[in-house]
Design a protein around this ligand. Sequence first.
Ligand code: ATP
Ligand code: MG
Length: 581
Amino acid sequence: MKNTTTERRNERGSKNIPTTDSTPPTDFIRQVIEEDLKTNRYGGRVHTRFPPEPNGYLHIGHAKAICIDFGIAEDYGGLCNLRFDDTNPIKEESEYVEAIKEDVRWLGFDWGDREFYASDYFEQLYEYAVQLIKKGKAYVCDLSPDEIREYRGTITERGKDSPYRNRSIEENLDLFERMRAGEFEEGSHVLRAKIDMTHPNLLMRDPIMYRIIHATHHRTGDKWCIYPTYDFAHGQSDSIEGITHSLCSLEFEVHRPLYDWYLDALEIYHPQQIEFARLNLSHTVLRKRRLRPLVEEGYVSGWDDPRMPTLSGLRRRGCPPEAIRDFCNRTGIAKSDNLVDISLLEYCVRQDLNKRAPRVMAVLNPLRVVIDNYPEDKVEELDADNNPEDPSMGTRKIPFSRVIYIEREDFMEDPPKKYFRLAPGREVRLKHAYYITCVDVVKDERTGEVIELHCTYDPESRGGWAPDGRKVRGTLHWVSAIHSLEAEVRLYDHLFVKADPEDVEEGSDFKAALNPNSLETLTSCRVEPSLAGAAPGSRYQFLRKGYFCVDPDSTDGKLVFNRTVSLRDTWAKIQKAQKNS
Ligand code: ATP
Ligand code: MG
Protein backbone atom coordinates (compact mmCIF):
# COMPACT_ATOMS: atom_id res chain seq x y z
CA MET A 1 0.00 0.00 0.00
CA LYS A 2 1.36 3.40 -0.90
CA ASN A 3 0.40 6.53 0.91
CA THR A 4 2.54 9.22 -0.56
CA THR A 5 3.02 10.53 -4.03
CA THR A 6 6.75 10.02 -3.96
CA GLU A 7 6.44 6.37 -3.11
CA ARG A 8 3.86 5.91 -5.80
CA ARG A 9 6.03 7.56 -8.43
CA ASN A 10 8.99 5.40 -7.53
CA GLU A 11 6.85 2.34 -7.70
CA ARG A 12 5.43 3.40 -11.04
CA GLY A 13 8.89 4.02 -12.45
CA SER A 14 9.84 0.45 -11.71
CA LYS A 15 6.70 -1.00 -13.21
CA ASN A 16 6.55 -2.50 -16.60
CA ILE A 17 4.57 0.26 -18.26
CA PRO A 18 6.27 0.91 -21.57
CA THR A 19 7.31 4.45 -22.50
CA THR A 20 5.03 6.24 -20.08
CA ASP A 21 7.51 8.95 -19.29
CA SER A 22 4.84 11.33 -18.05
CA THR A 23 4.31 10.56 -14.38
CA PRO A 24 0.65 11.07 -13.57
CA PRO A 25 0.33 14.17 -11.47
CA THR A 26 -1.27 14.04 -8.07
CA ASP A 27 -4.89 14.72 -8.81
CA PHE A 28 -7.96 15.26 -6.70
CA ILE A 29 -9.13 11.64 -7.04
CA ARG A 30 -5.85 10.27 -5.76
CA GLN A 31 -6.01 12.80 -2.95
CA VAL A 32 -9.43 11.49 -1.91
CA ILE A 33 -8.16 7.91 -2.08
CA GLU A 34 -5.06 8.71 -0.06
CA GLU A 35 -7.25 10.34 2.59
CA ASP A 36 -9.52 7.28 2.65
CA LEU A 37 -6.49 5.03 3.04
CA LYS A 38 -5.27 7.15 5.95
CA THR A 39 -8.60 6.98 7.73
CA ASN A 40 -9.04 3.32 6.82
CA ARG A 41 -12.46 4.10 5.35
CA TYR A 42 -12.66 0.96 3.22
CA GLY A 43 -10.32 -1.18 5.28
CA GLY A 44 -7.35 -0.11 3.16
CA ARG A 45 -8.92 -1.35 -0.06
CA VAL A 46 -8.99 0.38 -3.43
CA HIS A 47 -11.42 -1.24 -5.84
CA THR A 48 -12.67 0.53 -8.96
CA ARG A 49 -14.59 -0.55 -12.06
CA PHE A 50 -14.84 0.43 -15.70
CA PRO A 51 -18.54 0.26 -16.67
CA PRO A 52 -19.04 0.45 -20.44
CA GLU A 53 -22.49 0.15 -21.94
CA PRO A 54 -22.17 -2.43 -24.75
CA ASN A 55 -23.94 -0.26 -27.31
CA GLY A 56 -20.99 0.82 -29.46
CA TYR A 57 -17.23 0.76 -29.80
CA LEU A 58 -14.89 2.37 -27.30
CA HIS A 59 -13.33 5.71 -28.19
CA ILE A 60 -10.36 7.59 -26.80
CA GLY A 61 -12.63 9.23 -24.20
CA HIS A 62 -13.25 5.75 -22.82
CA ALA A 63 -9.48 5.16 -22.88
CA LYS A 64 -9.23 8.13 -20.56
CA ALA A 65 -11.75 6.55 -18.18
CA ILE A 66 -9.97 3.18 -18.47
CA CYS A 67 -6.60 4.75 -17.65
CA ILE A 68 -8.15 6.42 -14.62
CA ASP A 69 -10.12 3.39 -13.38
CA PHE A 70 -7.46 0.75 -14.00
CA GLY A 71 -4.51 3.10 -13.52
CA ILE A 72 -5.58 4.27 -10.08
CA ALA A 73 -6.35 0.74 -8.89
CA GLU A 74 -2.92 -0.36 -10.16
CA ASP A 75 -1.17 2.54 -8.41
CA TYR A 76 -2.59 1.55 -5.04
CA GLY A 77 -2.24 -2.19 -5.42
CA GLY A 78 -6.02 -2.44 -5.81
CA LEU A 79 -8.39 -4.05 -8.29
CA CYS A 80 -10.48 -2.84 -11.18
CA ASN A 81 -13.50 -4.74 -12.49
CA LEU A 82 -14.77 -4.72 -16.03
CA ARG A 83 -18.51 -4.38 -15.73
CA PHE A 84 -20.84 -4.21 -18.67
CA ASP A 85 -23.68 -1.88 -17.89
CA ASP A 86 -26.19 -3.85 -19.90
CA THR A 87 -29.53 -2.70 -18.59
CA ASN A 88 -31.01 -1.65 -21.93
CA PRO A 89 -31.85 -4.69 -24.09
CA ILE A 90 -32.76 -2.56 -27.11
CA LYS A 91 -29.42 -1.00 -27.99
CA GLU A 92 -27.00 -3.61 -26.74
CA GLU A 93 -25.27 -6.46 -28.51
CA SER A 94 -22.69 -9.16 -27.79
CA GLU A 95 -20.62 -7.95 -30.74
CA TYR A 96 -19.88 -4.82 -28.74
CA VAL A 97 -18.99 -6.82 -25.64
CA GLU A 98 -16.25 -8.67 -27.52
CA ALA A 99 -14.94 -5.50 -29.16
CA ILE A 100 -14.79 -3.70 -25.83
CA LYS A 101 -12.83 -6.53 -24.21
CA GLU A 102 -10.38 -6.56 -27.10
CA ASP A 103 -9.85 -2.82 -26.79
CA VAL A 104 -9.30 -2.83 -23.03
CA ARG A 105 -6.81 -5.69 -23.38
CA TRP A 106 -5.09 -3.91 -26.23
CA LEU A 107 -4.63 -0.82 -24.05
CA GLY A 108 -2.72 -3.10 -21.69
CA PHE A 109 -5.17 -3.55 -18.82
CA ASP A 110 -6.24 -6.77 -17.18
CA TRP A 111 -9.45 -7.38 -15.27
CA GLY A 112 -8.42 -10.90 -14.28
CA ASP A 113 -11.53 -13.00 -13.63
CA ARG A 114 -13.58 -9.95 -12.74
CA GLU A 115 -15.71 -9.68 -15.86
CA PHE A 116 -19.16 -8.75 -14.65
CA TYR A 117 -22.49 -7.74 -16.10
CA ALA A 118 -25.20 -5.62 -14.54
CA SER A 119 -27.55 -8.25 -15.98
CA ASP A 120 -25.97 -10.83 -13.63
CA TYR A 121 -27.58 -8.85 -10.82
CA PHE A 122 -31.11 -8.62 -12.22
CA GLU A 123 -32.47 -11.02 -9.59
CA GLN A 124 -30.71 -9.22 -6.75
CA LEU A 125 -31.80 -5.82 -8.09
CA TYR A 126 -35.37 -7.06 -8.22
CA GLU A 127 -35.05 -8.12 -4.58
CA TYR A 128 -33.72 -4.66 -3.70
CA ALA A 129 -36.70 -3.08 -5.45
CA VAL A 130 -39.07 -5.28 -3.46
CA GLN A 131 -37.30 -4.18 -0.26
CA LEU A 132 -37.84 -0.53 -1.14
CA ILE A 133 -41.52 -1.19 -1.81
CA LYS A 134 -41.79 -2.91 1.57
CA LYS A 135 -40.16 0.11 3.22
CA GLY A 136 -42.72 2.36 1.57
CA LYS A 137 -40.01 3.93 -0.56
CA ALA A 138 -41.10 2.76 -4.00
CA TYR A 139 -44.40 2.54 -5.85
CA VAL A 140 -45.88 1.37 -9.11
CA CYS A 141 -47.09 4.30 -11.19
CA ASP A 142 -49.60 4.04 -14.04
CA LEU A 143 -49.04 7.46 -15.54
CA SER A 144 -48.08 7.44 -19.22
CA PRO A 145 -44.55 8.54 -20.16
CA ASP A 146 -45.93 11.92 -21.26
CA GLU A 147 -47.81 12.38 -18.03
CA ILE A 148 -44.75 11.46 -16.00
CA ARG A 149 -42.83 14.16 -17.82
CA GLU A 150 -45.59 16.65 -17.25
CA TYR A 151 -45.88 15.87 -13.53
CA ARG A 152 -42.12 16.16 -13.10
CA GLY A 153 -42.13 19.95 -13.48
CA THR A 154 -39.09 21.96 -14.55
CA ILE A 155 -36.11 23.65 -12.95
CA THR A 156 -38.26 26.65 -12.13
CA GLU A 157 -41.49 24.76 -11.49
CA ARG A 158 -42.13 22.20 -8.77
CA GLY A 159 -43.36 18.78 -9.77
CA LYS A 160 -46.59 17.33 -8.46
CA ASP A 161 -47.31 13.98 -6.88
CA SER A 162 -48.50 11.12 -9.02
CA PRO A 163 -52.06 10.02 -8.15
CA TYR A 164 -50.60 6.50 -7.68
CA ARG A 165 -47.99 7.63 -5.15
CA ASN A 166 -49.88 6.45 -2.11
CA ARG A 167 -50.79 2.95 -3.16
CA SER A 168 -50.58 0.41 -0.37
CA ILE A 169 -47.48 -1.71 -0.01
CA GLU A 170 -49.53 -4.81 -0.79
CA GLU A 171 -50.90 -3.34 -4.00
CA ASN A 172 -47.42 -2.22 -5.07
CA LEU A 173 -45.95 -5.65 -4.39
CA ASP A 174 -48.70 -7.29 -6.37
CA LEU A 175 -48.42 -4.92 -9.33
CA PHE A 176 -44.63 -5.12 -9.44
CA GLU A 177 -44.80 -8.90 -9.45
CA ARG A 178 -47.29 -8.78 -12.31
CA MET A 179 -45.06 -6.34 -14.18
CA ARG A 180 -42.35 -8.95 -13.97
CA ALA A 181 -44.76 -11.70 -15.01
CA GLY A 182 -45.42 -9.89 -18.28
CA GLU A 183 -49.05 -8.98 -17.64
CA PHE A 184 -48.69 -5.39 -18.82
CA GLU A 185 -47.82 -3.51 -21.95
CA GLU A 186 -44.78 -1.34 -22.35
CA GLY A 187 -45.30 2.15 -20.99
CA SER A 188 -48.34 1.20 -18.93
CA HIS A 189 -46.56 0.88 -15.57
CA VAL A 190 -43.24 1.82 -14.04
CA LEU A 191 -41.73 1.37 -10.62
CA ARG A 192 -40.67 4.68 -9.10
CA ALA A 193 -38.73 5.67 -6.01
CA LYS A 194 -40.77 7.75 -3.59
CA ILE A 195 -38.48 10.67 -2.91
CA ASP A 196 -39.70 14.24 -3.34
CA MET A 197 -41.58 15.80 -6.26
CA THR A 198 -40.45 19.26 -5.18
CA HIS A 199 -36.76 18.40 -4.99
CA PRO A 200 -34.57 21.04 -6.71
CA ASN A 201 -32.72 18.22 -8.52
CA LEU A 202 -35.11 16.89 -11.15
CA LEU A 203 -33.53 13.44 -10.98
CA MET A 204 -34.76 13.18 -7.38
CA ARG A 205 -38.40 13.74 -8.32
CA ASP A 206 -39.60 10.16 -7.92
CA PRO A 207 -37.19 8.70 -10.48
CA ILE A 208 -38.06 5.58 -12.44
CA MET A 209 -36.43 2.39 -11.15
CA TYR A 210 -37.97 -0.17 -13.51
CA ARG A 211 -39.69 0.00 -16.85
CA ILE A 212 -41.39 -2.65 -18.95
CA ILE A 213 -39.49 -3.56 -22.12
CA HIS A 214 -40.64 -6.57 -24.11
CA ALA A 215 -37.32 -7.23 -25.82
CA THR A 216 -34.78 -10.01 -25.87
CA HIS A 217 -31.66 -9.24 -23.85
CA HIS A 218 -28.26 -10.26 -25.24
CA ARG A 219 -27.55 -12.31 -22.12
CA THR A 220 -30.76 -12.98 -20.22
CA GLY A 221 -32.81 -13.69 -23.33
CA ASP A 222 -36.54 -13.46 -22.61
CA LYS A 223 -36.28 -14.13 -18.91
CA TRP A 224 -37.10 -10.52 -18.05
CA CYS A 225 -39.54 -8.00 -19.42
CA ILE A 226 -38.81 -5.38 -16.77
CA TYR A 227 -35.43 -3.70 -16.75
CA PRO A 228 -33.79 -1.48 -14.13
CA THR A 229 -32.74 2.03 -15.12
CA TYR A 230 -29.09 3.07 -15.11
CA ASP A 231 -29.56 4.92 -11.83
CA PHE A 232 -31.14 2.01 -10.03
CA ALA A 233 -28.64 -0.51 -11.39
CA HIS A 234 -25.35 1.31 -11.14
CA GLY A 235 -24.84 2.08 -7.47
CA GLN A 236 -26.31 -1.26 -6.41
CA SER A 237 -23.96 -3.10 -8.80
CA ASP A 238 -21.05 -1.14 -7.33
CA SER A 239 -22.23 -2.13 -3.88
CA ILE A 240 -22.57 -5.83 -4.77
CA GLU A 241 -19.03 -5.86 -6.17
CA GLY A 242 -17.57 -4.08 -3.15
CA ILE A 243 -16.34 -1.15 -5.21
CA THR A 244 -14.70 1.51 -3.04
CA HIS A 245 -14.42 4.42 -5.46
CA SER A 246 -16.89 4.62 -8.32
CA LEU A 247 -15.20 6.94 -10.79
CA CYS A 248 -17.20 8.43 -13.64
CA SER A 249 -17.39 11.46 -15.84
CA LEU A 250 -18.84 14.79 -14.84
CA GLU A 251 -22.31 14.37 -16.31
CA PHE A 252 -23.03 11.91 -13.50
CA GLU A 253 -22.47 14.54 -10.83
CA VAL A 254 -26.20 15.36 -10.76
CA HIS A 255 -26.92 11.64 -10.38
CA ARG A 256 -24.82 11.34 -7.22
CA PRO A 257 -27.61 12.33 -4.75
CA LEU A 258 -29.70 9.54 -6.25
CA TYR A 259 -26.79 7.09 -6.16
CA ASP A 260 -26.46 7.86 -2.46
CA TRP A 261 -30.21 7.82 -1.80
CA TYR A 262 -30.72 4.26 -3.09
CA LEU A 263 -27.78 2.87 -1.13
CA ASP A 264 -28.88 4.65 2.04
CA ALA A 265 -32.51 3.60 1.63
CA LEU A 266 -31.43 -0.02 1.11
CA GLU A 267 -28.93 0.23 3.97
CA ILE A 268 -26.28 -1.68 2.06
CA TYR A 269 -22.54 -1.24 1.56
CA HIS A 270 -21.94 2.27 0.18
CA PRO A 271 -19.14 3.07 -2.29
CA GLN A 272 -18.12 6.66 -3.03
CA GLN A 273 -18.92 8.11 -6.45
CA ILE A 274 -16.35 10.64 -7.70
CA GLU A 275 -16.65 12.55 -10.97
CA PHE A 276 -13.93 13.75 -13.32
CA ALA A 277 -14.05 15.88 -16.48
CA ARG A 278 -14.62 14.08 -19.77
CA LEU A 279 -11.91 14.09 -22.36
CA ASN A 280 -12.82 16.23 -25.35
CA LEU A 281 -10.51 16.12 -28.33
CA SER A 282 -10.29 18.75 -31.04
CA HIS A 283 -11.22 18.05 -34.68
CA THR A 284 -13.28 14.99 -33.79
CA VAL A 285 -16.39 13.94 -31.88
CA LEU A 286 -16.33 11.65 -28.84
CA ARG A 287 -19.87 10.44 -28.39
CA LYS A 288 -21.28 7.19 -29.63
CA ARG A 289 -24.45 8.88 -30.77
CA ARG A 290 -22.30 11.16 -32.94
CA LEU A 291 -19.95 8.44 -34.17
CA ARG A 292 -22.70 5.99 -35.08
CA PRO A 293 -24.25 8.08 -37.88
CA LEU A 294 -20.79 8.58 -39.40
CA VAL A 295 -20.55 4.80 -39.70
CA GLU A 296 -24.16 4.09 -40.63
CA GLU A 297 -24.40 6.87 -43.21
CA GLY A 298 -21.09 5.90 -44.82
CA TYR A 299 -19.00 8.97 -44.03
CA VAL A 300 -16.30 6.57 -42.85
CA SER A 301 -15.65 2.93 -43.74
CA GLY A 302 -16.61 1.55 -40.31
CA TRP A 303 -16.04 1.87 -36.56
CA ASP A 304 -12.40 1.04 -37.22
CA ASP A 305 -11.86 3.55 -40.01
CA PRO A 306 -8.41 4.99 -39.23
CA ARG A 307 -9.91 8.49 -39.08
CA MET A 308 -12.24 7.53 -36.24
CA PRO A 309 -11.32 8.38 -32.62
CA THR A 310 -12.38 4.85 -31.66
CA LEU A 311 -9.73 2.59 -30.16
CA SER A 312 -10.20 0.18 -33.06
CA GLY A 313 -9.72 3.09 -35.49
CA LEU A 314 -6.63 4.37 -33.69
CA ARG A 315 -5.24 0.82 -33.62
CA ARG A 316 -5.76 0.40 -37.35
CA ARG A 317 -4.24 3.83 -37.90
CA GLY A 318 -1.10 2.60 -36.13
CA CYS A 319 -1.27 4.44 -32.79
CA PRO A 320 0.52 2.34 -30.17
CA PRO A 321 -1.51 1.72 -27.01
CA GLU A 322 1.42 3.05 -24.96
CA ALA A 323 1.11 6.39 -26.74
CA ILE A 324 -2.60 6.55 -25.95
CA ARG A 325 -1.90 5.84 -22.29
CA ASP A 326 0.82 8.44 -22.28
CA PHE A 327 -1.63 10.92 -23.80
CA CYS A 328 -4.29 10.11 -21.19
CA ASN A 329 -1.78 10.61 -18.38
CA ARG A 330 -0.47 13.86 -19.80
CA THR A 331 -3.95 15.34 -20.03
CA GLY A 332 -4.40 14.74 -16.31
CA ILE A 333 -7.58 14.45 -14.29
CA ALA A 334 -9.57 17.66 -14.28
CA LYS A 335 -12.69 18.83 -12.48
CA SER A 336 -14.07 20.89 -15.34
CA ASP A 337 -14.46 20.21 -19.03
CA ASN A 338 -11.89 21.35 -21.56
CA LEU A 339 -10.89 20.67 -25.14
CA VAL A 340 -7.54 18.97 -25.74
CA ASP A 341 -5.82 19.70 -29.05
CA ILE A 342 -5.45 16.59 -31.18
CA SER A 343 -1.85 17.56 -31.91
CA LEU A 344 -0.96 16.49 -28.37
CA LEU A 345 -2.12 12.96 -29.21
CA GLU A 346 -0.08 13.07 -32.42
CA TYR A 347 2.91 14.27 -30.42
CA CYS A 348 2.61 11.32 -28.03
CA VAL A 349 2.37 8.91 -30.96
CA ARG A 350 5.49 10.40 -32.56
CA GLN A 351 7.42 10.28 -29.29
CA ASP A 352 6.67 6.61 -28.96
CA LEU A 353 7.23 5.58 -32.56
CA ASN A 354 10.42 7.58 -32.88
CA LYS A 355 12.02 5.16 -30.45
CA ARG A 356 10.48 1.98 -31.76
CA ALA A 357 9.57 2.16 -35.43
CA PRO A 358 12.22 0.94 -37.86
CA ARG A 359 13.18 3.46 -40.55
CA VAL A 360 12.61 2.38 -44.10
CA MET A 361 12.45 4.08 -47.48
CA ALA A 362 9.22 4.48 -49.42
CA VAL A 363 8.49 6.74 -52.36
CA LEU A 364 4.90 7.94 -52.35
CA ASN A 365 4.86 9.79 -55.69
CA PRO A 366 7.56 8.08 -57.75
CA LEU A 367 9.71 9.80 -60.37
CA ARG A 368 11.98 7.52 -62.39
CA VAL A 369 15.70 8.29 -62.29
CA VAL A 370 18.23 6.56 -64.56
CA ILE A 371 21.83 6.68 -63.40
CA ASP A 372 23.61 6.76 -66.74
CA ASN A 373 27.10 5.79 -65.56
CA TYR A 374 25.94 2.92 -63.33
CA PRO A 375 26.42 -0.50 -64.96
CA GLU A 376 23.25 -1.95 -66.46
CA ASP A 377 23.15 -5.29 -64.60
CA LYS A 378 24.91 -4.32 -61.41
CA VAL A 379 23.15 -4.53 -58.05
CA GLU A 380 24.79 -3.50 -54.80
CA GLU A 381 23.58 -4.32 -51.33
CA LEU A 382 24.05 -1.22 -49.20
CA ASP A 383 23.99 -1.06 -45.41
CA ALA A 384 21.28 0.96 -43.72
CA ASP A 385 20.65 1.47 -40.01
CA ASN A 386 17.18 0.52 -38.82
CA ASN A 387 16.90 3.30 -36.25
CA PRO A 388 19.62 5.85 -35.51
CA GLU A 389 17.88 6.47 -32.15
CA ASP A 390 18.51 2.88 -31.16
CA PRO A 391 21.59 1.10 -32.57
CA SER A 392 20.42 -2.15 -30.99
CA MET A 393 17.77 -2.30 -33.73
CA GLY A 394 20.58 -3.20 -36.10
CA THR A 395 21.04 -2.70 -39.82
CA ARG A 396 19.66 -4.15 -43.03
CA LYS A 397 20.73 -4.37 -46.67
CA ILE A 398 19.02 -2.32 -49.35
CA PRO A 399 19.58 -2.96 -53.05
CA PHE A 400 20.87 -0.20 -55.32
CA SER A 401 20.69 -0.39 -59.11
CA ARG A 402 20.77 1.70 -62.26
CA VAL A 403 17.12 2.76 -62.21
CA ILE A 404 15.66 4.17 -59.02
CA TYR A 405 12.61 6.14 -57.94
CA ILE A 406 12.73 9.35 -56.00
CA GLU A 407 9.90 11.50 -54.72
CA ARG A 408 8.41 13.71 -57.43
CA GLU A 409 8.50 16.70 -55.10
CA ASP A 410 12.25 16.19 -54.59
CA PHE A 411 12.96 17.52 -58.08
CA MET A 412 12.32 20.99 -59.44
CA GLU A 413 13.33 22.16 -62.84
CA ASP A 414 13.43 25.76 -61.80
CA PRO A 415 14.01 25.69 -58.04
CA PRO A 416 13.40 28.71 -55.82
CA LYS A 417 16.02 29.83 -53.30
CA LYS A 418 16.43 27.50 -50.32
CA TYR A 419 15.24 24.49 -52.29
CA PHE A 420 18.19 22.17 -51.73
CA ARG A 421 16.88 19.06 -53.40
CA LEU A 422 17.48 17.87 -56.93
CA ALA A 423 17.50 20.29 -59.90
CA PRO A 424 19.25 20.32 -63.29
CA GLY A 425 23.02 20.34 -62.74
CA ARG A 426 22.59 19.99 -58.96
CA GLU A 427 24.27 17.31 -56.81
CA VAL A 428 22.44 15.65 -53.89
CA ARG A 429 22.94 12.66 -51.61
CA LEU A 430 20.88 9.52 -51.88
CA LYS A 431 20.43 8.30 -48.31
CA HIS A 432 22.72 5.32 -47.50
CA ALA A 433 23.90 5.29 -51.18
CA TYR A 434 25.74 7.78 -53.41
CA TYR A 435 25.98 11.37 -54.53
CA ILE A 436 24.14 11.90 -57.78
CA THR A 437 24.00 14.86 -60.17
CA CYS A 438 21.11 15.59 -62.49
CA VAL A 439 22.26 15.80 -66.10
CA ASP A 440 19.06 15.59 -68.14
CA VAL A 441 15.30 15.92 -67.84
CA VAL A 442 12.84 13.93 -69.97
CA LYS A 443 9.37 15.38 -70.43
CA ASP A 444 6.10 14.18 -71.83
CA GLU A 445 5.90 15.83 -75.24
CA ARG A 446 2.25 16.69 -74.99
CA THR A 447 1.83 17.70 -71.36
CA GLY A 448 5.33 18.95 -70.56
CA GLU A 449 5.29 16.86 -67.39
CA VAL A 450 8.68 15.60 -66.18
CA ILE A 451 8.61 11.83 -66.57
CA GLU A 452 12.21 10.81 -66.09
CA LEU A 453 15.53 12.18 -64.92
CA HIS A 454 19.01 11.20 -65.99
CA CYS A 455 21.77 11.45 -63.43
CA THR A 456 25.37 10.43 -62.95
CA TYR A 457 26.71 9.06 -59.69
CA ASP A 458 30.07 9.42 -57.99
CA PRO A 459 31.34 5.87 -57.34
CA GLU A 460 33.68 7.30 -54.66
CA SER A 461 30.73 8.44 -52.53
CA ARG A 462 29.42 5.03 -51.52
CA GLY A 463 27.45 5.16 -48.27
CA GLY A 464 26.54 8.77 -49.00
CA TRP A 465 29.82 10.52 -48.20
CA ALA A 466 32.36 11.95 -50.66
CA PRO A 467 36.00 11.22 -49.78
CA ASP A 468 37.05 14.76 -50.80
CA GLY A 469 34.73 16.15 -48.15
CA ARG A 470 32.59 18.02 -50.67
CA LYS A 471 29.22 18.88 -49.24
CA VAL A 472 25.70 18.68 -50.61
CA ARG A 473 22.69 20.32 -48.99
CA GLY A 474 20.01 17.79 -49.86
CA THR A 475 19.56 14.14 -48.88
CA LEU A 476 16.82 12.22 -50.64
CA HIS A 477 15.16 8.89 -49.99
CA TRP A 478 14.80 6.51 -52.91
CA VAL A 479 14.09 2.90 -53.87
CA SER A 480 15.55 0.67 -56.54
CA ALA A 481 12.99 0.40 -59.34
CA ILE A 482 13.19 -3.32 -60.04
CA HIS A 483 13.55 -4.32 -56.39
CA SER A 484 10.88 -2.10 -54.91
CA LEU A 485 7.36 -3.27 -54.14
CA GLU A 486 4.16 -1.62 -55.20
CA ALA A 487 2.08 -0.22 -52.37
CA GLU A 488 -1.02 1.78 -51.64
CA VAL A 489 -0.68 4.53 -49.08
CA ARG A 490 -3.60 6.20 -47.34
CA LEU A 491 -2.95 9.66 -46.01
CA TYR A 492 -5.30 10.94 -43.34
CA ASP A 493 -6.13 14.37 -42.12
CA HIS A 494 -8.43 15.54 -39.33
CA LEU A 495 -11.94 14.12 -39.58
CA PHE A 496 -13.44 17.57 -38.98
CA VAL A 497 -12.19 20.93 -40.12
CA LYS A 498 -13.55 22.65 -37.02
CA ALA A 499 -11.77 22.24 -33.69
CA ASP A 500 -15.12 21.72 -31.97
CA PRO A 501 -17.58 20.21 -34.46
CA GLU A 502 -20.30 20.11 -31.79
CA ASP A 503 -20.21 23.88 -31.57
CA VAL A 504 -22.90 24.42 -34.19
CA GLU A 505 -25.91 26.67 -34.31
CA GLU A 506 -29.27 25.29 -33.21
CA GLY A 507 -30.72 23.16 -35.98
CA SER A 508 -27.59 22.78 -38.10
CA ASP A 509 -25.73 19.53 -38.43
CA PHE A 510 -22.32 18.79 -36.90
CA LYS A 511 -21.56 16.75 -40.04
CA ALA A 512 -21.33 20.00 -42.01
CA ALA A 513 -17.88 20.41 -40.45
CA LEU A 514 -16.60 17.07 -41.79
CA ASN A 515 -13.30 17.49 -43.62
CA PRO A 516 -13.87 16.54 -47.29
CA ASN A 517 -10.13 15.90 -47.65
CA SER A 518 -9.64 13.66 -44.62
CA LEU A 519 -8.50 10.77 -46.82
CA GLU A 520 -6.12 10.83 -49.76
CA THR A 521 -5.27 7.49 -51.35
CA LEU A 522 -2.03 7.06 -53.29
CA THR A 523 -2.11 3.87 -55.32
CA SER A 524 1.26 3.63 -57.05
CA CYS A 525 3.75 4.07 -54.26
CA ARG A 526 7.00 2.08 -54.16
CA VAL A 527 8.50 0.72 -50.96
CA GLU A 528 11.84 -0.95 -50.30
CA PRO A 529 11.90 -4.76 -50.61
CA SER A 530 12.60 -5.37 -46.90
CA LEU A 531 8.89 -4.68 -46.38
CA ALA A 532 7.82 -7.78 -48.30
CA GLY A 533 5.38 -9.76 -46.18
CA ALA A 534 5.12 -7.10 -43.48
CA ALA A 535 2.30 -8.12 -41.15
CA PRO A 536 -0.78 -5.95 -40.69
CA GLY A 537 -0.22 -3.73 -37.69
CA SER A 538 3.55 -3.39 -38.22
CA ARG A 539 4.68 0.20 -37.88
CA TYR A 540 7.48 1.99 -39.71
CA GLN A 541 8.93 5.39 -40.19
CA PHE A 542 9.09 6.17 -43.89
CA LEU A 543 12.14 8.42 -44.02
CA ARG A 544 11.14 12.09 -44.35
CA LYS A 545 7.47 11.12 -44.73
CA GLY A 546 6.09 10.13 -41.36
CA TYR A 547 4.97 7.04 -39.50
CA PHE A 548 3.01 4.36 -41.29
CA CYS A 549 1.27 1.15 -40.35
CA VAL A 550 0.42 -1.89 -42.47
CA ASP A 551 -3.35 -2.11 -43.01
CA PRO A 552 -5.26 -5.42 -42.90
CA ASP A 553 -6.44 -4.65 -46.45
CA SER A 554 -2.94 -5.64 -47.64
CA THR A 555 -2.75 -8.65 -49.98
CA ASP A 556 0.13 -10.85 -51.10
CA GLY A 557 0.47 -8.70 -54.20
CA LYS A 558 0.05 -5.28 -52.70
CA LEU A 559 0.84 -3.76 -49.33
CA VAL A 560 -1.49 -1.11 -48.00
CA PHE A 561 -0.21 1.44 -45.50
CA ASN A 562 -2.00 3.94 -43.29
CA ARG A 563 -0.19 7.10 -42.37
CA THR A 564 -0.36 7.23 -38.59
CA VAL A 565 1.14 10.73 -38.27
CA SER A 566 3.36 12.95 -40.33
CA LEU A 567 6.72 14.06 -38.97
CA ARG A 568 5.50 17.64 -38.50
CA ASP A 569 5.15 18.51 -34.84
CA THR A 570 2.37 21.05 -34.54
CA TRP A 571 2.11 20.52 -30.79
CA ALA A 572 5.56 22.05 -30.25
CA LYS A 573 4.41 25.07 -32.26
CA ILE A 574 1.25 25.45 -30.21
CA GLN A 575 3.23 25.30 -26.98
CA LYS A 576 5.73 27.85 -28.21
CA ALA A 577 2.95 30.21 -29.22
CA GLN A 578 1.33 29.77 -25.79
CA LYS A 579 4.61 30.56 -24.04
CA ASN A 580 5.12 33.69 -26.08
CA SER A 581 1.63 35.03 -25.61
P1 ATP B 1 -20.79 8.13 -25.17
O1 ATP B 1 -21.15 9.51 -24.76
O2 ATP B 1 -19.69 8.05 -26.15
O3 ATP B 1 -21.98 7.31 -25.57
P2 ATP B 1 -20.97 6.96 -22.65
O4 ATP B 1 -20.54 7.74 -21.46
O5 ATP B 1 -22.41 6.83 -22.86
O6 ATP B 1 -20.19 7.49 -23.89
P3 ATP B 1 -20.38 4.42 -21.54
O7 ATP B 1 -20.15 3.13 -22.18
O8 ATP B 1 -21.60 4.60 -20.71
O9 ATP B 1 -20.36 5.53 -22.66
O10 ATP B 1 -19.10 4.88 -20.74
C1 ATP B 1 -18.31 4.05 -19.94
C2 ATP B 1 -17.45 4.93 -19.05
O11 ATP B 1 -16.61 5.76 -19.85
C3 ATP B 1 -18.27 5.85 -18.18
O12 ATP B 1 -17.79 5.76 -16.86
C4 ATP B 1 -18.04 7.22 -18.74
O13 ATP B 1 -18.02 8.16 -17.69
C5 ATP B 1 -16.66 7.09 -19.40
N1 ATP B 1 -16.50 8.00 -20.52
C6 ATP B 1 -17.22 8.05 -21.67
N2 ATP B 1 -16.80 9.05 -22.46
C7 ATP B 1 -15.76 9.65 -21.83
C8 ATP B 1 -14.90 10.75 -22.14
N3 ATP B 1 -15.00 11.44 -23.28
N4 ATP B 1 -13.94 11.08 -21.25
C9 ATP B 1 -13.81 10.40 -20.10
N5 ATP B 1 -14.60 9.36 -19.74
C10 ATP B 1 -15.57 8.98 -20.59
MG1 MG C 1 -23.67 5.98 -21.28
